[in-house]
Design a protein around this ligand. Structure first.
Ligand code: AP5
Ligand code: MG
Length: 207
């Protein structure tokens, strides 16, 4: 199944993606994760993306589209995939329509006024990338490997505010775009992680 997870920064896309990819045995393609890996490895794509990400702005469409086009052509995508964080603009969605057929778009619907606290509280493992929140896990080290937890550089309050504004202006219109195509399902993302997970599973099982 070809699935898109749509949602504001901090809506829980990465968190829910972990469960979905395990259940459907498809690759998790997060453009944010791909950029962070490229930044760490100081590749040309990473160097191009860094200044945009640090300011909470979107990386230019042509850079992201080229990256996704190449990723979706890899062998592990033949039986489906889960896109997390792509598309993020109407231009990206239109480009995606030319590459592939999307079967389900799950929109994790959240109260934008409550997201700032959630994102600022996120901590990620420097080694394995596992994600936590200080609300539920307030320790300096990862529970899965013995490495340090840090705050993502773009999770500082000022940058999060910029990301939320970018979401409202450039990404939220995708909800209508996919609704009009009849592939959109929305779930309430303000429930507990496991409750959101069962609701996501339910909509993915619907015809
Ligand atoms: P990206 O990494 O995709 O960031 P994002 O979309 O802003 O989303 P996040 O990863 O912050 O949130 P999430 O929805 O995954 O939430 P999570 O599950 O971690 O992109 C980063 C940057 O890269 C962008 O700003 C842009 O610059 C660039 N970029 C990426 N894709 C691009 C594209 N297509 N075009 C252009 N530029 C692009 O959860 C967040 C926290 O909340 C965690 O601590 C978690 O434990 C907690 N949590 C999750 N669910 C719940 C719940 N139900 N209740 C309570 N807490 C919860
Ligand atoms: Mg994420």
């Amino acid at each position: 199944m070809n699935i898109i997870l749509l949602g504001a920064p901090g809506a829980g896309k990465g968190t829910q993606a972990e469960y979905i990819v395990a259940k459907y045995n498809v690759p998790h393609i997060s453009t944010g994760d791909i950029f962070r890996k490229n930044i760490k490895e100081q590749t040309p794509v990473g160097l191009k993306a860094k200044s945009f990400i640090d300011q909470g702005k979107l990386v230019p469409d042509e850079v992201v589209i080229e990256l996704i086009q190449s990723r979706l052509s890899e062998d592990d995508c033949k039986n489906g995939y889960l896109l997390d964080g792509f598309p993020r603009t109407i231009a990206q969605a239109e480009a995606l329509d030319k590459i592939t057929k999307i079967e389900k778009v799950v929109n994790i619907d959240v109260d934008l006024t409550k997201l700032l606290k959630r994102i600022v509280g996120r901590r990620v493992c420097v080694a394995c990338g596992a994600s936590y929140n200080i609300e539920t896990y307030d320790k300096p080290d990862c529970a899965k490997c013995p490495s340090q937890l840090i705050q993502r550089p773009d999770d500082k309050e000022e940058t999060v505010r910029a990301r939320l504004e970018v979401y409202q202006n450039q990404t939220a219109p995708l909800i209508e775009y996919y609704r009009a195509k009849g592939v959109l399902k929305s779930v309430d993302g303000m429930q507990t992680i496991s409750e959101v997970c069962s609701r996501v599973e339910k909509v993915l099982e619907q015809a």
